[in-house]
Design a binder for this molecule. Sequence first.
Ligand code: CTP
Length: 242
Amino acid sequence: VAELLLANRPDGELPLKGLNVLLTAGPTQEPLDPVRFLTNHSTGKMGYALAEQARDLGAQVTLVSGPVALEAPYGVDTIAVTTAQDMLDVVQSRFADADITIMAAAVGDFRPAEQSQDKIKKNGRSTIELELMSNPDILAWAGKHKRANQMLCGFAMETRDLETNAAKKLASKHCDMLVANNLRTPGAGFATDTNVVTVLTPNMGAERKSPIMEHWEKMGKDVLARRILNRLAAMRAESLYQ
Ligand code: CTP
């Protein structure tokens, strides 16, 4: 139905015209002291591809980005953040206006419990203990606060049991779509220009609510971004007619 609704829109009208798209991208950095931080290997490529494609499909795009080496995309409202808490603050201030939200950031799950004001010195020690505390889960917050017709998509990076773990994330974070990839699959993962993903959507009709899983072939992150956005636009259009 949704594909038909979109196919029948007036000539030349882009599928995301008039919609606000909110994106997170890149890693977070959690400071330990003035010279060190905890982070991960995210480059932001997937999130930035989503931003450019969403813009080209007609959306007003807000990109909340952790520290990356990529240039802010032309025509996209790019907000630079450092920590998971910063990212949450920006998402919370923008979420109510978002029609489609996609969280592609690799958010640090933990941060140092204490941030030292001065550089931590060795002081002759051969080991050092670091206490970490959990960070807010931004996607879970959005899942809890989303309204009907607000589409929410998360990513999941796994190294094992991809389908089971991704299905749990889709349900527990109340997503409309979860895009999962296995870090160990060639052509998938952090610094690559391609991705190989399994796309999960809730199975509304079924009695047993195991999600629908689609295994998409290896493709460029820009092509993948466009397919994800088109699918979410179609799901949103369908939700408006229910
Ligand atoms: N995410 C988030 N905030 C966090 C952690 C994750 O918004 N504090 C989002 C990511 O942007 C991604 C999704 O949640 O869209 C899944 O992230 P992932 O790290 O794979 O899952 P976790 O929830 O951290 O679960 P686990 O560590 O058990 O794999």
